[in-house]
Design a protein. Sequence first.
Length: 157
Amino acid sequence: MTTHLVHAIGPAVLKELRSTDDAGRRMVPVTDDEGGAPLRCCLRRSRPGERVALVSYAPLRRWAAGAGVDPGAYDEQGPVFVHAEECDGPAGDGPPFDGAHRVVRRYSADGRILGGRLVEPGDLEAAFAQAFADPAVEFVQVRAVEYGCFLYEVRGG
């Protein structure tokens, strides 16, 4: 069985986003009275009463800068929820946020989209295996169907 490595937004990037996000805005923390926000820092849903923030994040731009490539027109930014303060990061097995339809978007080593797939609840591992069976796939992004928001990145293991 192939292992797929799920990546939350890393601590160094989170520190930057909590100061000034990828749209140049300052973070505005709020208390999440209801809970349920998909937190990209620890890959779980928020609990009632936790302090969270909605920040703008450009996942492909940040990946491309580290990889030394130009994301070109595929560069995009969008809203993500994070804890307002530092947290312990992910602490779970298996793909997070797997209870709803998701989109798995495949990317090449030069940051170009190779395609995407709508995934049924519970079928993320199979979608990852299919994506990484293509040697041109460098990584995938898992996104929410409802809003298209970035949830997390996955790499082959």
